[in-house]
Ligand binder design. Structure first.
Ligand code: FBP
Length: 669
């Protein structure tokens, strides 16, 4: 039998269903208590769906079910963007609900993402097929892709496919960009009577919706909980490793293209030594610099936001603080999208995007194919900088930009120049952010070491245990290395700059503690441990978590989303996103709803242009979850990873139905 016990349990698991979705029939009811501030541009670009109402889903008895609920339907579903655990259960929920309402209804899967709609690549889904993927991770049943249906031609082809296949409704399971796609397709499909419903997917956790009054309608996107828990299990293991071998700082880059939700969740789940949250760094204000400028009657805008150099100082301060306590190890968590929040880098990314878009427009060709290697790209930028200087006019790219850009390492330059994805997003997963941080930190630590600021103390409990084991009395050791024998008071090792074995030997000689003319091995061992030697091990938590099998919470959530989608379709809705309200509560209190996609849109810069796209929700630094994290920061920094504060979350499958994202739970206390 190739099926593990977990796999067998997964295939047999029957997700809990909320009361409104337990029967075969439902009806929609307009909910005017939920209101949104509609963007003017959404009204202009999506006039047909912009004023959709919010719809609640209510159960009806079989006898009351209207004919439209029982109608035979052909529904197509597509996965779009990165995989997220639980996608197969959206299909299962939709499949079950559609078949219960009418066994003759059919569910088709478009293959390889939106490309499948454009090219007409699809597969009818059978019960056996759906059953064999229940409660399993990945998007492998129909696969996924990142193609954007963004041109007239692609929209025409998509309409043609749906018409030819006699599709009644199209379900798009995706993140913010895919739901933007869903909104534009819904608008364009109105004429053909093809309904379009979006489903909030992404491990990044940045699809969260609250209405104008602040009431939460979608607390988190599906897949977030699983990915965060999968990463957390591994990172908790690293905390144990760090505290065991006591020689490494593990640096863990955690996925999340822009928002730092995953990093925050991982921090709350595992209590690592230090976690950087991009959104907090973006709020940074250099008050000293601001005050200095104000004194001169000037306004220094560079004081707002964090620089790379400052960021490396934050990390170094933590390393130095721990080193002084004898802890030359730790676990640092950084969000994948960290650089997005560093002002100087963000400004650079926007400038580069504008230049690339301009190049493509004026050359009617492609920047990346025309200038394939870094040297060619750099020559192009150099030429632009020269031209701008000659014209002495304000330009997108000037010599200062060029100098700053030239100064950064080649791998980082290449990362910043990588091609945007089809939605115009900067591909942070392709940039070795961890390598950049490690480089900066090492450079700065070197300076701190030379200044005598970065020096390693001795972990008292560790050295006492070691010395006792070696039969050397701590009192003897202390009297040699510390003034008055008081470890807290004055570690001689540093105050006297005893930094080499030679000096240590002299000190011991003075105290008559040499054994056969050399340092006793026990002391040497302690001394070696105390030598500042910064070693960092980089790790990336991303694609593995995306492919994990879902937690019970994500299994239930996605199955209910699938059934919600069918309820919306059978109620005649289009241009809506399926959501479940009250996710933080028990399934018996979950409320399935449809919310208008158009109301979730705003304007954003993409490939150098302002575009109407779904708004991502970033980490709110005023939120309860963020404040809880900040309140624990000092304790986590002082502690050894693997020691008391370190938290080991349950394995993904054992987490239990009631285990939900901590950020979601804390924010709803
Ligand atoms: P979605 O927004 O499509 O769900 O994808 C999220 C994500 O997993 C990000 O965390 C990551 O930056 C990106 O996908 C990686 O994309 P790719 O698969 O193209 O490398």
């Amino acid at each position: 039998n190739n099926k593990s016990r977990e796999l067998q349990a997964r295939l047999a698991y029957s997700p809990s269903v909320c009361p409104a979705l337990q029967g075969a029939y439902t009806r929609l009811e307009r909910d005017d208590t939920v209101t949104f501030d509609l963007h003017r541009e959404a009204l202009l670009q999506l006039p047909g769906i912009a004023e959709n109402p919010v719809q609640r889903i209510l159960p009806v008895k079989v006898i009351e079910a209207e004919d439209k609920g029982r109608k035979k339907r052909r529904i197509a579903i597509v996965f779009s963007g990165g995989p997220a655990p639980g996608g197969h259960n959206v299909i299962a929920g939709l499949f079950d609900a559609a078949k219960e309402a009418n066994p003759e209804s059919e569910i088709l899967g478009f293959l390889m993402g939106p490309e499948g709609i454009i090219e007409g690549m699809y597969q009818p889904l059978s019960r056996d097929q759906v059953d064999s993927y229940r409660n399993l991770g990945g998007f492998s049943m129909i696969r996924t892709g990142r193609t954007k249906v963004d041109t007239r031609e692609k929209i025409i082809l998509s309409r043609k496919t749906c018409k030819e296949l006699g599709i009644d409704a199209l379900v798009i399971v995706g993140g913010d960009d895919s739901n933007t796609n869903a909104a534009f397709l819904a608008e364009n499909f109105l004429e053909d009577g093809v309904q379009v419903i979006g489903v909030p997917k992404t491990i990044d956790g940045d699809i969260q919706v609250a209405d104008a009054s602040g009431q939460t309608l979608c607390g988190v996107s599906f897949g977030f909980h699983t990915a965060a828990l999968a990463f957390s299990r591994d990172i908790a293991n690293l905390c144990t490793d760090a505290a065991s071998d006591v020689k490494y700082w593990h640096i863990c880059k955690v996925m999340g293209r822009v928002a730092s939700h995953l990093a925050l969740e991982v921090a709350l789940q595992t209590h690592p030594t230090l976690t950087l949250i991009g959104e907090e760094l973006a709020e940074y204000l250099d008050e000293e610099r601001l005050a200095a400028a104000e004194k001169k009657g000037e306004r220094d805008y560079t004081a707002y936001g964090m620089t790379l150099r400052h960021l490396s100082r934050i990390v170094c301060n933590a390393i130095v603080q721990r080193a002084a306590a004898g802890k030359n190890y730790g676990v640092l968590v950084i969000p994948e999208g960290l650089l997005e929040f560093i002002n100087e880098i963000q400004a650079l990314i926007i400038k580069l995007s504008t230049l690339i878009a301009e190049y493509n427009r004026t050359h009617d060709t492609d920047f990346h194919s025309d200038l394939p290697d870094l040297d060619k790209k750099m020559n192009f930028l150099r030429r632009l900088a020269r031209e701008a200087e000659e014209k002495a006019c304000i330009s997108v790219w000037n010599q200062r930009d060029h100098d700053f850009f030239s100064d950064i390492p080649d791998f980082f330059k290449e990362g910043l120049l990588t091609e945007r994805d089809s939605h115009g997003n900067f591909q942070f997963s392709q940039v070795e952010t961890d390598k950049i941080i490690v480089g900066l930190v090492k450079d700065y630590l070197k300076i701190l070491k030379e200044k005598g600021i970065y020096k390693v103390g001795i972990d008292r409990s560790w050295y006492e245990n070691t010395l006792l084991r070696e039969g050397l009395q701590p009192e003897t050791f202390k009297s040699v290395l510390f003034r008055n024998g008081d470890i807290k008071e004055a570690p001689l090792l540093f105050k006297e700059h005893i930094i080499s074995v030679k000096t240590l030997t002299l000190a011991l000689e003075k105290a008559g503690l040499l054994q056969d003319g050399s340092v006793p091995p026990a002391i040497l061992k302690v001394f070696r441990k105390s030598e500042p030697d910064f070693r960092m091990q980089p790790h990336f938590y991303g694609y593995d978590g995306r492919g994990s099998d879902p937690t019970p919470f994500d299994c239930d959530y996605t199955y209910n989303l699938g059934r919600t989608v069918f309820a919306l379709i059978s109620g005649g809705a289009t241009g809506q996103m399926a959501v479940i309200r009250n996710l933080e509560k028990d399934v018996s209190q979950w409320e399935p709803m449809g919310i208008p996609l158009a109301a979730l849109m705003h304007l954003e810069e993409r490939k150098g242009k302002m575009m109407l796209v779904m708004e991502k929700k970033l980490v709110d630094v005023e939120s309860k979850a963020f404040r809880a994290f900040k309140a624990m920061g000092e304790a986590w920094l002082a502690a050894g990873p693997g020691e008391d504060p370190c938290r080991r979350p349950d394995p993904v499958w054992l987490a239990g139905e009631k285990d939900k994202p901590l950020t979601l739970m804390i924010n709803h206390i």
